[in-house]
Design a protein around this ligand. Structure first.
Ligand code: GTP
Ligand code: MG
Length: 195
């Protein structure tokens, strides 16, 4: 797919009602700082439409990007950011859960996990929650440029084992620095239009 047009259309905070969209939605979930907003920018070919930061906890709202007037990319706040209060963590958690549970147009969920590290308990919970809601998450193993090429298969196996994900779970290694994996992800995005 060629993304010709992308714009931030809706921003939802903790108390906002989710928009009643009629286009399909693709959501990007994952731990704080894992690279969700960077992946969205890479897919859109935009440097900084989705705001990124080296500080975790940058995205604190649910942001809907209208893509070619065909679908939405939904950038979710990250979970597991240690430095915010328990109360805020719970609010963000509820917001993410409520989105995954209630969005009528959600067609696909990408769950991002840093390729370098074993999945955390939060990652496992999120994977199971997405499955419980009836979706088959696609795992994007981010920050691929941070490990040696010879280590990639070993690390993918570590993620699969850690999540207890079966063979049916697709995993795509990706780097927002080199854009490796971008085309494969865009093919999946394509398959969500008119689905
Ligand atoms: P929150 O909004 O806080 O949940 O974070 P996020 O998941 O949206 O992460 P973001 O895209 O803001 O990226 C966090 C940091 O990781 C930034 O400093 C990015 O430049 C960096 N980063 C993201 N993806 C990659 C990658 O593929 N490779 C490398 N080397 N750095 C990356
Ligand atoms: Mg973000």
């Amino acid at each position: 797919m060629i993304i010709k047009n992308s714009e931030l259309e809706t921003v939802c905070g903790v108390t906002s009602k989710l928009p009643d969209n009629s286009l399909p939605e693709i959501a990007f979930a994952g731990k704080s700082n894992v690279g969700k907003s960077s992946l969205i920018n890479a897919l859109m070919n935009r440097k900084s439409l989705a705001r990124t930061s080296s500080q975790p906890g940058k995205t604190q709202t649910i942001n809907y990007y209208n893509i070619n007037h065909e679908l939405y990319f939904v950038d979710l706040p990250g979970y597991g950011y240690a430095k915010v209060s328990k109360e805020i963590k719970e609010k963000w958690g509820k917001m993410i859960e409520s989105y995954l549970k209630n969005s009528k147009q959600l067609k696909k969920v990408f769950l991002l996990i840093d390729i370098r590290h074993e999945p955390s308990q939060n990652d496992k919970n999120m994977f199971n929650w997405i499955v419980y809601q009836g979706y088959q998450p696609v795992i994007i193993a981010t920050k691929l440029d941070k490990i040696k090429r010879s280590q990639v298969q070993k690390h993918l196996k570590m993620l699969r084992t850690g999540l207890e994900a079966g063979k049916e779970t697709q995993m795509i290694p990706f780097s927002s620095e080199t854009k490796q994996g971008r085309d494969e992800i865009l093919l999946l995005v394509d398959s969500c239009i008119n689905c």
